[in-house]
Design a protein around this ligand. Sequence first.
Ligand SMILES: C[C@H](O)[C@H](O)[C@@H](O)C(=O)CO
Ligand SMILES: [Mn+2]
Length: 419
Amino acid sequence: MNTQIENAYALAKERYGELGIDVENALAAFRQIPVSMHCWQGDDVVGFEQGAGSLSGGIQTTGNYPGKARSATELRQDLDFAMGLIPGAKRLNLHAIYLEADKPIARDQIQPEHFRGWVGWAKTNQVGLDFNPTCFSHPQSEDGFTLSHQDDKIRQFWIDHCKACRHISAYFGESLGTASVMNIWVPDGMKDLPVDRLSPRRRLMESLDEIIAEKIDERYHLDAVESKLFGVGLESYTVGSNEFYLGYAASRDIVLCLDAGHFHPTEVISDKISAASLYVRRMLLHVSRPVRWDSDHVVLLDDETQAIAHEIVRNGLLDRVHIGLDFFDASINRVAAWAIGTRNMKKALLKALLEPTEQLRQMETSGDYTGRLAMMEEAKSLPWQAVWDYACAIEGVPVSSYWLNDVRQYELQILEQRG
Ligand SMILES: C[C@H](O)[C@H](O)[C@@H](O)C(=O)CO
Ligand SMILES: [Mn+2]
């Protein structure tokens, strides 16, 4: 290892030691925290269904940067490369439309066998898999309703899709020895003011009850539900609102998914984690960056990402909060987008683990708010970056911005050849 990195690390350890922080412990914990990378950043949420239509459901990818993955093989190639730029434990979050089959398969007919390639890849790379039914980009979702549809046949189609997905998710968990978190998000809603807000919500509740009725061992599969405020073209009413799913997850003892882009612009999910932790056993986070709306920009090392990490670490929630990412930017190199967003989430976690939290707590308890603010601000410029560089170096991951050189090479040799 580069002696500069080692020397900086040794100095950082000394500095943190003065504050009573054991850097080696923090680093060991950091390396174990998985961040679930979302497959859909690699191909603009298109997937590999035969005859796939365009993205719908009120979500949008903007940009047309060249080189997106056109097959599962290309997506795995990009993921291999991107994961090699990121230190610590990683998982992959798949959507149902990323199946592999040589003929069209109806969504309610998908099987574990269609994901065998992904499980093989996950075993080789020692990563866990997570899963999502895909209740959008489909002719049966085009009028804005799926699991809450008033037409029983359409509703049943989506129920059956979600049931099929649970079996695939359990197959992931059993094959890989780590529970797959299966997150249900449906776009259901209306562009303009509905008269009846209740009936679709009752139908959604009943559909979900039918979906989760079959008990599946938690060692293999966990059910999660994701709320939303609005979608494009679905501005006035979202069936699966925050209140709906908070109540649903708490009353059914399943996982609550909080997406950073799914609330009012000044609302933050960092503040919701502690509150929800009192009522739900587990949470899934979709860490994202909304810019004026649920725009799914690449995650930054900004105040909110840091606050999310602090809330998880300070409250001892690492084993109850599953950290996933949800952004899709097609205006920049897609592999770089994964690297930037995931590295930032990881940096935030490392910084949180290196915080002098006990000292801050004591100041708060004794009413020393001046000291609390001063120390919180000083903690931001403690030498965490030397620890980060060391974490990258010991895992053979590029240090500092050197990963960008690798991405440029990859772009030239692989992405640009895709046409
Ligand atoms: C593709 C994802 O499932 C989707 O982004 C969902 O999680 C969401 O956040 C919709 O706005
Ligand atoms: Mn999301």
